[in-house]
Design a protein around this ligand. Structure first.
Ligand code: FMN
Length: 315
């Protein structure tokens, strides 16, 4: 059977399939029903220093082929997470534990990074500079390339653990954003976070979600996310973690072939929590059927598009 292990920045993952932040709770909610210990990794819900209630409802709105959310980083806060959730996550003893960290200010990011550095059981820090539905912080950092590089440099000094930067695709060149993260000392970039979007309820003539806008995720965003992954993977030398609309094995394989070393499953796991586990098996089956001995053999193997000018047709 093909080997699914992936090694990046000195850390081994038992397979390349992780669950994305904010779509799988703290990783423990479904652990009695599903074998979460077989995942490549678990990205926690977005964490902040203090507990947050998030935005007022409605916070979710289904669209024809995607989901708009404006959760606004509802979470129990770092200290409660470390006390109540982290010990249980640690016991899973298989998936890499990725803490998704969010600040309104640079100071908050740095304090969180220090706490995560000191916490037993945290394997990776994923710094979210791309949340589209908070009033302060969030996307502001991802869109200002100089501020981003400075922030990454400062966090880098506070942690020796692997540092991932989660990028926004909204109104910024994501390739330049990835380069700024790399320049600042990131070990990997994860992309994409949700695309800005909104909708209007015709009866009340008000915007939905209630925050006025939200982040679009799910099947609609996969071709754009795949494009971003390809462009970023070509431009930086650190690994890329691919996210966005991955709903089945076919799409998952495309992200790996475009250059993602790991992938994260979000909305698709909210629709059906079996999806990430089916994708792990699906990747293994594809590799076996096509004669690959390891998943690392297919990372980035998609051919570059052939743009040679076609000969003009003789009259
Ligand atoms: C309900 C919901 C909550 C989310 N919360 C977070 C979060 O707290 N931190 C974060 O970095 N991304 C968050 N995201 C973004 C996802 O992690 C992921 O980047 C995005 O949804 C695209 O992947 P998908 O199309 O597979 O869902 C959230 C997405 C959804 C749908």
């Amino acid at each position: 059977m093909a080997d699914l292990h992936i090694e990046i920045h000195g850390l081994t993952f038992q397979n390349p399939v992780l669950v994305a932040s904010g779509t799988f709770g703290y990783g423990l909610e479904v652990s009695e029903a599903y074998p979460v210990e077989t995942l490549g990794g678990i990205c926690t819900k977005g964490l902040t220093l203090q507990p947050r209630l998030g935005n007022p409802p409605p916070r979710l709105k289904e669209t024809p082929c995607g989901l708009l959310n404006s959760i606004g980083l509802e979470n129990i806060g770092w200290d409660a997470f470390e006390k109540q959730k982290l010990p249980l996550l640690r016991e899973l003893n298989g998936p890499r534990i990725v803490v998704n960290l969010n600040g309104e200010t640079e100071k908050e990011y740095l304090e969180l990074a220090e706490k995560a550095e000191a916490a037993d059981g945290v394997d990776i820090l994923e710094i979210n500079v791309s949340c589209p539905n908070v009033k302060k912080g969030g996307m502001e950092f991802g869109r200002d390339l100089r501020a981003l590089e400075k922030l990454v440099q400062k966090i880098r000094k506070r942690t020796s653990k692997p540092l991932w930067i989660k990028l926004t695709p909204n109104f910024v060149d994501i390739v330049e954003e990835a380069k700024a993260a790399e320049q600042g000392g990131a070990d990997a970039v994860s992309l994409i976070n949700t695309l800005l979007g909104t909708s209007i309820d015709l009866r009340s003539q008000t915007y939905v979600p209630g925050f006025g806008h939200g982040g679009l995720s799910g099947p609609a965003i996969y071709p754009f996310a795949l494009y971003c992954v390809r462009e970023v993977a070509r431009a930086v030398s650190i690994p890329v973690v691919g996210i966005g609309g991955i709903a089945n094995t076919h799409i998952a394989l495309q992200f790996l072939m475009a250059g993602a070393s790991l992938i994260q499953i979000g909305t698709a796991a909210m629709i059906d929590p079996r999806t990430p586990f089916q994708i792990i098996e699906g990747i293994r089956q594809y590799l076996d059927e096509h004669g690959y001995s390891s998943v690392s053999e297919i990372i980035g193997i998609a051919h570059a598009p052939d743009l040679t000018p076609r000969p003009t047709r003789p009259d």
